[in-house]
Structures are given as structure tokens and as C-alpha cells.
Design a binder for this molecule. Structure first.
Ligand code: PLP
Length: 483
């Protein structure tokens, strides 16, 4: 007798159990500590070292999930998750993922799943409209890191240096190539430049102003200086919502400079671009209509489960020139269709648009606006508490839902503040009620509270503030943090 059972029957049994668990989890994830409390290797030790020979029932696997894996989950889906950029896996998003996995199509070509290609075109256009951007070619990529890499590849292709054909190595005719971005740009920009062979020296980091925005006059000077020294500028990556402080680079001025030099402008709006769905925040994307490409992440602030990055370009033909490579076995007779494999690195593509479609429809623009607006208001309120407390100090403006701050109690010398804040961070994170992360600004260790979970309410933010104050008091009394 075969060991392989009918899949529909298996699925129904599993889904019933899983569905009830997920429903409960989505509404009550607070019952778990937000930051996993396991030591390195602990999960691995509890798992069998080799795979089972015979089929196992779902129930047993699910028990192991609950007993072995759950303790090792850091709950990004916890309303007290305030680290990095907080995200949410929402009900519509999970439903979209389930359908995507069930269909298991590969949308590499229009023909291999017309609905995947066309739904992607439509949902991306919906999102574009919500963001107030002009018509653009859109494509879904897995992450913003990959989207920015593709943008830089397109920027390089636009120079017409024959790199696609001849590569870069051993070519005396090729000038040294440079990408410009702010010193606060996400590390993925430098990593993308490494992959593309620009090298770390091929990324020139432009200094920022007091509010951590790229200084456009410094950018203009850097490009002029490099041109005199024989570098070939490839493009500029501006950021709308930098990772540390969520500062917004002056995109209109940067666009002006790029246009003057005829170089590509890519905007990394992975986190904050989404805020433009609010009429009162639309201005954050000012100038982006002039960008050659832009990325926003519905998987950051729009409740779409990771991964889902929306990449837009007004020069799709260049992206295609950089990436299209069609072997005979992928040639199809259709004309006038978009084959998404032509516009990026990956060939196989899952039906990512489903989850974005579900989210856009089941929340509606009004639901998403309500959430983003609430997160921004909560962050402003938290910033107000920091400002009013003499033992704390705010370290950056708060244009969105992320607050940079640190403890700075009277009588503690500057040189002791980094260690104190590090201890405070660990003490709060150990409580299991909140999880914050940190960054460094002007050489100082700074705590970051980023609000982005659908279910984060006033009480969660207030509790986090109480924990910060209580744990600081413990540290100052020398009693050590309570668990
Ligand atoms: N760009 C910015 C500004 C980010 O803050 C991040 C991640 O936080 C990224 C890019 C990378 O995003 P992804 O994880 O989608 O690659």
C-alpha cells in the first residue's frame, strides 16, 4: 500500500487544527514572550538529527511545533514588537499565502500563469494610485534589498558601457563606477553594489545634515569631484525613511542633480513610502515622480506577510535590457504580454500578488490608512513622553512611527550612557512584554521604538514606556533589572 495519502483529506485535517491555532494566535500573540528566550542551539538539540522514514501524522508534527519550535519564535506578530521596523502578518495576508501555496504556480512567464502576471500588474497599479505616484511599470520582488540591487543593475545598464556583454574585469576602457547614497542608507545598497562588482569604494556615502538627511550640495560636490578624478557616476540611491531615524532625503533636489548628470535615481522608500497613502503624508514622496525607480515594502507597514516588495520604474525597457535572457525552452508565442522573468534576477516566481490583493481588498484603503495614521499618532505620543521626562532624551525627529531616544539621567556622565542604555535595552527586552532595538547616531548608542503592528494599541506603547522607566530606576538604584 502506498504511503502517500490523498492530499485534500490530509489538508482538511491539518487546516482545521491550524486554522484554529492561527486565528487564536493572530488575536492573542501577547501570551508569548515577544523575544525568544532560548539559548543558541537549544532548538536544534530537540530536533531529530535525521528525517523520518515513514509518514507522520500532522497532529504529532503540530505538537512538536508547539512544544519545540514555538519557544524559539521571536514574535514579530506581537503588538509589543517595536524593534527594527515592526511588521504584521494579517488574516488577509495569511489567507493569500495559503492560496498561493495551494496553487503553487510559477509565474515566470505570462503563459505559465496569466492571472499571476495580470493580478500583479493590477495590484501594483492600485498601490501606486494609493501612493499618489504617476503611472509606472511595477513588479513584485521578494525584498527591497533585491529591488535596489535590480535598480542599480538597471542604472549600470543605462550607461551603455557594454557590461552585459563584456563584463567589467580586465577592461582598461572602463572607468571606475560609483553609486552615491547617504551615510544613513540601508546596508542593502552597499551589499547590492558589492554584488554588482562596484566594490565598497564604488559606493560614495554622502554626509547628512543635523536631521540625518542627505546633504544635496555635498552630493553635487561629490559627483563633480569624482568626474574630475575620472570616476563614472552610475546613479544615486535616495532614502525616504532611513533605517535608523526614518529621515527623508531631499528627493526633489537630488532628482535635479541626477537629471543634470543624466544618471539614474532610485528611491528606497521601503518603510516610509507607505505613509504616502495618507493625504497628509503624501509630501514624503515629493520628487519621486522624477525618480527612475522606487521601492516600497508592503511587507513592512501594510500587513502583507514577508516577503513582498513593490518595485516601480518608469524605464522598464532598461530593466529588461539588464535582465532578460530567454533560452529556447522558455520562448512562448504570445506577443504584447509581460513575462515577469524578464525584469529581475529570479526565474521562478510565486504568486505574491495574491496576498497584496487580499490585504488591499479586505482592509480597503480606509482600513490601511486608519492603521498607519494610528501608528504615527502613537509614536508622536511616545515622543512626547520622552520629551517631557528629564531622564530621557529624544535623538531624532519623528516624521513617522519610529522614535529614537535614550536614557540620560541626571548625574550620569556622557561616557557611561552607552553602557547604561545597552543594559536598559536588554532589561526591557528580557521582560517578554516589549522588544526594542538600537542604532548609533553621532557615535551614541540610541534606542529605537518602531510601531508597525496592526494590533499595537495605546496600552502596549504605554506599557513599554513604563517598563523603560521602571528598569531605568532599577539600574540606577543598582538593584539590577527584574525579570
Ligand atoms: N531599505 C530600508 C530603508 C530598510 O529599512 C530596509 C530594512 O529594514 C531595507 C531597505 C531592506 O528591506 P528588505 O528586508 O525588504 O530587503
Amino acid at each position: 500500500m502506498s504511503n502517500i495519502r490523498p492530499q485534500g483529506e490530509l489538508f482538511l485535517q491539518g487546516l482545521d487544527r491550524l486554522g484554529r491555532w492561527i486565528a487564536d494566535y493572530l488575536d492573542h500573540s501577547e501570551r508569548y514572550p515577544v523575544l525568544a528566550r532560548v539559548r543558541p542551539g537549544e532548538i536544534r538539540e530537540k530536533l531529530p538529527p535525521s528525517p523520518p522514514e515513514d509518514p507522520e501524522p500532522f497532529e504529532r508534527i503540530f505538537t512538536d511545533f508547539q512544544e519545540i519550535l514555538l519557544p524559539g519564535i521571536t514574535h514579530w506578530n506581537h503588538p509589543g514588537f517595536f524593534a527594527y521596523f515592526a511588521i504584521t502578518g494579517s488574516a488577509p495576508g495569511v489567507l493569500g499565502e495559503v492560496l498561493c501555496a495551494a496553487l503553487n504556480v510559477n509565474g515566470m512567464l505570462w503563459r505559465t500563469c496569466p492571472a499571476a502576471t495580470e493580478l500583479e500588474e493590477v495590484t501594483l497599479d492600485w498601490l501606486r494610485q494609493l501612493l499618489g505616484l504617476p503611472p509606472r511599470f511595477g513588479i513584485l520582488m521578494d525584498t527591497a534589498s533585491v529591488a535596489s540591487l535590480c535598480a542599480m543593475a538597471a542604472a549600470r545598464e543605462s550607461l551603455g558601457l557594454g557590461i552585459r556583454e563584456q563584463g567589467m574585469a580586465g577592461r582598461p576602457d572602463l572607468p571606475r563606477l560609483r553609486i552615491y547614497t547617504s551615510e544613513h542608507a540601508h546596508s542593502s545598497i552597499e551589499k547590492g553594489a558589492l554584488v554588482l562588482g562596484f566594490g565598497q569604494e564604488g559606493v560614495r556615502k554622502i554626509p547628512v545634515d543635523r536631521e540625518f538627511r542627505m546633504r544635496s550640495e555635498a552630493l553635487a560636490e561629490a559627483i563633480e569631484e569624482d568626474l574630475r578624478a575620472g570616476w563614472r557616476p552610475v546613479g544615486v540611491v535616495a532614502t525616504v525613511g532611513t533605517t535608523s531615524t526614518t529621515s527623508v532625503d531631499p528627493v526633489p533636489e537630488i532628482a535635479e542633480i541626477c537629471e543634470r548628470h543624466g544618471i539614474w535615481l532610485h528611491v528606497d522608500a521601503a518603510y516610509a513610502g507607505v505613509a504616502a497613502i495618507l493625504p497628509e503624508k503624501r509630501h514624503v514622496l515629493a520628487g519621486c515622480e522624477r525618480a527612475d525607480s522606487l521601492v516600497v515594502n508592503p511587507h513592512k507597514w501594510l500587513t502583507v506577510p514577508i516577503d513582498c516588495s513593490a518595485f516601480y520604474t518608469r524605464r522598464p525597457e532598461i530593466l529588461r535590457r539588464a535582465f532578460s535572457l530567454v533560452p529556447e525552452y522558455l520562448r512562448t508565442p504570445e506577443e504584447d504580454v509581460v513575462n515577469l522573468m524578464d525584469y529581475g534576477i529570479q526565474l521562478g516566481r510565486r504568486f505574491r500578488a495574491l496576498k497584496l490583493w487580499m490585504v488591499l481588498r479586505m482592509f480597503g484603503a480606509s482600513g490601511l490608512r486608519e492603521m498607519v495614521r494610528r501608528h504615527i499618532a502613537l509614536a508622536q505620543e511616545f515622543a512626547g513622553w520622552v520629551d517631557e521626562d528629564p531622564d530621557f532624551e529624544r535623538m531624532a525627529p519623528v516624521p513617522f512611527s519610529t522614535v529614537c531616544f535614550r536614557a540620560r539621567p541626571r548625574g550620569v556622565p556622557e561616557e557611561a550612557l552607552d553602557a547604561l542604555n545597552e543594559q536598559l535595552l536588554e532589561a526591557v527586552n528580557r521582560t517578554g512584554e516589549a522588544y526594542l532595538s538600537h542604532t548609533r547616531l553621532d557615535g551614541r548608542l540610541v534606542l529605537r521604538l518602531a510601531i508597525g503592528h496592526l494590533r499595537t494599541e495605546h496600552r502596549h506603547v504605554r506599557r513599554c514606556w513604563e517598563l523603560l522607566r521602571e528598569r531605568l530606576a532599577d539600574l540606577l538604584r543598582g538593584t539590577g533589572p527584574k525579570r
